[in-house]
Design a binder for this molecule. Structure first.
Ligand code: ATP
Ligand code: MG
Length: 384
């Protein structure tokens, strides 16, 4: 019965001069997600995309792909009709042939103002057809069934079920950023939220292999596979961190270790970001969640770099973050046990308010540049 999918994009429709660019990125993203699936074509018509199906199209598969694309506000399987009123009536009847609803409302969108019947008149004409031929009652407020009619250019599309999209912005329009993934609950959620705002993600993970097992690396890879539902393919940098940790452990006071670890991680992330043309670092830090995440400590961590550090979770409660992690399916993997490089050699009570001068004095005991360069030399890069 369905011949097309009507795809609407919300927020990007209001982006002024950038709009053509946003539309181009979104249509390219949709094509990439649908690669290998069968359909005739995908085009922009009057502020929406129209995907033409064919007899081999697998509607369920296409639907599942469209649900993972940021920038789509909603979409619907539609029947294409001519703009002839009798034809529209016939197609509306076909659309609702199996419906059991008793109340209905008709909502027409007319983008083609050349079309002589306006939206309200069209609602009325089709409403009367439904009352007369389908024994339905019109209910504008609380109808069990809604029928949408879109008059665009020379086409008419008719549909009854809107499928909610992810909203947000198409991945790519907000540039590239590097997500620091630990294997924990928070950082995948942070990356998801950045993708939702149109960022293309690359990822970096610091591990203590062979001192710890490789569980954190495997977890991070599995998390990226899940996050690839949204951007299809990702680059991951794996950074060996154990030598830096050993130096910090033997030469500095233990209550400052977490902060010192973070300062090294952030410096390395910045170097990779600049090489890979990423504009910002993304972390899963949330204020007050652990001792290292006080505003004073965040300031001391941030002091090492010039690149912005984005923390989309900063003001979220743990439960809100967990709820999101469950929604995006990363939670189950994140809670699996792993040997976290940052819990190695960490005291029970790390400093909650580090003094930058003290930290800098401690770093004077370390050969910061050499440690960083050695770690970077041994980075492993992979595409997932
Ligand atoms: P998460 O749930 O993401 O592990 P967390 O609440 O456990 O976060 P921390 O362990 O303090 O917080 O880490 C704060 C942030 O630092 C993480 O969200 C992540 O972005 C980054 N991070 C921590 N450890 C690593 C690591 N081993 N590799 C890469 N990034 C890390
Ligand atoms: Mg963690």
């Amino acid at each position: 019965m369905y011949t097309h999918i009507v795809i609407h994009y919300g927020e990007i429709a209001i982006k002024g001069k950038n709009r053509p660019y946003f539309e181009r990125v979104l249509i390219d993203n949709i094509k990439a997600h649908l690669k290998g699936l069968k359909y005739n074509n995908l085009r922009k018509i009057s502020g929406r995309f129209i995907l033409e199906l064919n007899k081999d199209s697998n509607l369920e598969e296409i639907k599942n792909k469209l649900k993972n694309i940021f920038g789509i506000s909603y979409f619907a399987f539609a029947i294409n009709s001519s703009q002839d009123i009798d034809d529209i009536k016939k197609n509306v009847s076909e659309l609702i042939q199996d419906e059991k609803a008793k109340t209905v409302r008709v909502l027409t969108k007319r983008s083609n103002k050349q079309f002589k019947i306006n939206s309200l008149e069209m609602n009325k004409i089709i409403g009367e057809h439904l009352i007369k031929n389908h024994n339905l009652t019109i209910d504008l407020v609380d109808a069990e069934l809604s029928i949408w009619i879109e008059i665009v250019e020379k086409y008419c599309f008719i549909y009854k079920n809107k499928i909610e999209g992810l909203n947000g912005l198409p991945i790519g329009v907000s540039g590239k950023v590097i997500g620091m993934l630990s294997g924990g609950i928070d950082s995948p959620v942070a990356s998801y939220l950045m993708m939702k705002r149109g960022c293309k993600m690359i990822y970096i993970h610091f591990h203590s292999a062979p001192y710890t097992d490789k569980s954190s690396i495997e977890k991070v890879k599995d998390i990226i596979k899940l996050l690839n539902k949204y951007q299809l393919q990702s680059k991951l940098y794996l950074v060996p961190f154990i030598d830096i940790q050993k130096e910090i452990m033997t030469k500095t006071d233990k209550e400052y270790r977490v902060i010192l670890y973070r300062r090294f991680m952030t410096r390395i992330a910045e170097i990779i970001a600049r090489k890979d043309e990423a504009n910002a670092i993304v972390t899963g830090e949330a204020l007050g969640q652990v001792a290292s995440q006080t505003s004073a400590n965040l300031a001391v961590i941030e002091e090492t770099v010039k690149i912005p550090i984005l923390r989309p979770l900063i003001a979220k409660d743990k439960q809100e973050i967990i709820d999101l992690a469950i929604k995006i399916d990363t939670y189950e993997i994140s809670i699996l046990p792993h040997q976290d490089c940052c819990t190695l050699f960490i005291p029970k009570h790390p400093a909650t308010k580090s003094d930058l001068n003290i930290i800098k004095r401690m770093e004077e005991k370390l050969d910061v540049n050499k440690l960083i360069n050695d770690a970077i030399k041994n980075i492993e890069k992979m595409i997932i």
